[in-house]
Design a protein around this ligand. Structure first.
Ligand code: 4NP
Length: 163
């Protein structure tokens, strides 16, 4: 990971397995950031709180749903959240409450990372969690992308204020 400058931000998206929601968020947010030419200002990564899928590429259903909207996430590789993430990332954003609780449980006391729910950046205050699509149908993967696209746009607006 490159060294951070003062006008840089770093965002880590976190779900359970790092094969559906958080790699989708990584791909969508990276696409939006690159469209604005801000890839040198915003470092982006994703991981899971669980170890089940370490080393795997994203779930094919996520890859297909993302491809339909022009996002390429096929080459991402799942990894698990670890203590060093709390030194590297300004924002550690969870897809749901359960994963946010896990993040906060293992957050070192000296970490300056801001932890929270990704959908806190979504303008619709009736949504707070990106639902786990793993055991559902294809429609769930589209819904995940809808939530992620909107929250990403608003996260980017927020970060641009301090770039
Ligand atoms: P993700 O989805 O947390 O969005 O990557 C899941 C992936 C795998 C499992 C659950 C959720 N699993 O139980 O293996």
């Amino acid at each position: 990971m490159p060294a951070k400058n003062n006008n840089q931000h770093s965002v880590l998206f976190v779900c359970l397995g790092n094969i559906c929601r958080s790699p989708s968020a990584e791909a969508v947010f990276r696409s939006q950031v690159e469209k604005e030419g801000l890839e040198n200002n915003i470092i982006i990564d994703s991981c899971g709180t669980a170890s089940y899928h370490i080393g795997e590429h994203p779930d094919e259903r996520s890859v297909v749903a993302a491809q339909k909207r022009g996002y390429n996430m096929a080459k991402l590789v799942a990894r698990q959240l670890d203590a060093s993430d709390f030194l590297k990332f300004d924002y550690i954003l969870a897809m749901d409450e359960e994963n946010l609780n896990r993040i906060n449980e293992i957050k070192p006391v000296n970490s300056k990372s801001t932890t929270g729910l990704f959908l806190d950046f979504h303008p619709d205050k009736n949504v707070s969690e990106v639902p786990d699509p793993y055991y559902g149908g294809a429609q769930g993967f589209g819904h995940v992308l809808d939530l992620i696209e909107t929250a990403s746009e608003h996260l980017l607006l927020h970060l641009k204020k301090s770039i």
